[in-house]
Design a protein around this ligand. Sequence first.
Ligand code: ATP
Ligand code: MG
Length: 422
Amino acid sequence: MAFKVPRGTQDILPEQTPKWQKVESILRQLTHVYRYKEIRTPIFEQTELFQRGVGDTTDIVQKEMYTFDDRGGRSLTLRPEGTASSVRAYVEHKMFGSPDQPVKLSYMGPMFRYERQQAGRYRQFVQFGVEAIGSSDPAIDAEVISLAMDIYQTVGLKDLKLVINSLGDKETREAHKTALIQHFEPSISEFCSDCQNRLAKNPLRILDCKKDHEHPLMKTAPALTDYLTESSAQYFADVKKYLDTLGITYVVDPNLVRGLDYYNHTAFEIMSTSEGFGAITTLCGGGRYNGLVEDIGGPDVPGIGFAMSIERLLLALEAEGVELDVEDHLDIYLVAMGDEAKLKSAELLSTFRAKGISADMDYVDRKMKAQMKSADRLSAKFVLVIGESELEEMSVNVKEMETGNQEKVPFSDLVNYVLEHK
Ligand code: ATP
Ligand code: MG
């Protein structure tokens, strides 16, 4: 029997990991300059955390979670996203008591959702995300958005669209909810069963339905922005003012929603407008969640964050034909002829590596010619051929592959020579 990776998952092969590592290092660098500190939480949590933290009416909780009982009979779930865990840790470790506010967290790691497999949609995918907890200053909304944009621009993407909206405050949401129910109720039988359930519980989610999005009532649905209270309209205006000041271009889409009750004010998505990108265009989603911390058992503290998957970021790079500048070079390849020479080569390898010089040699008994070929295939910068005469003279010709230049260097000077010339 031949085994395969589980449906919806993928192996990231050695040829692909340099790209991943490059993206990861850009993410680390940017979170460092924006001062979001990394948090690492478990891959699984109590199921109830996600039921509460993500919300009972969401697709995630209703049909996408990997939930199982452990041997002690506890219901656990592989994390489908990172916000609930981050907020759980924030509450559990009483970070609200820290003098440094807001608490700015970042995370990166695998998430799990039982979804229908398609391009850009996996069952295991790597999400990077940030949370800023403890501030309801519109300036932090703009900071979070600008970090997300900065990430995509730094990796080299150009075809980007930032869409923002305001979900307003509690009062806004209540008034809008009533209007939505009035709007959809008479024709709700024309909608899918999910939407029928959403009508009473959380009608806002109807607007986010993937099945019924072409229904004519969707276009004429009451827009949240028409229900903004004065203070939420002001908040939205301030966020936009900060974005303008930062030179960040956006479009306002009154139909952009995030479905949970505790989401409020700012919501945003970043899409790829690249033609090659395919059906799913959202690269990143984020928003403000001023009721979540309290819902998870903490104090009434506001928060905002976003999440993006590395998989979709890499797909966008591919769609735009952007090549990441990945370094995967080999400084030195040692070609050894004979057992003695091999022994010396092993010794030299370790002295090179101790100085951070990447070096390799043959381990499968290749003939000299085949070893030279290996050096070529690995694009080694220098090749050193060590045989009897080199051992006698205690020196070796260092050949620079690109130019063909050779120079004789004593073994004892090799490290310095390479450090100077690499
Ligand atoms: P969608 O509408 O595409 O299902 P979502 O609302 O479920 O998105 P979020 O929960 O907001 O997505 O997740 C944030 C980001 O995580 C998405 O914008 C996307 O980049 C990424 N993401 C979500 N689900 C997947 C998946 N199954 N595979 C790869 N990336 C994903
Ligand atoms: Mg989804």
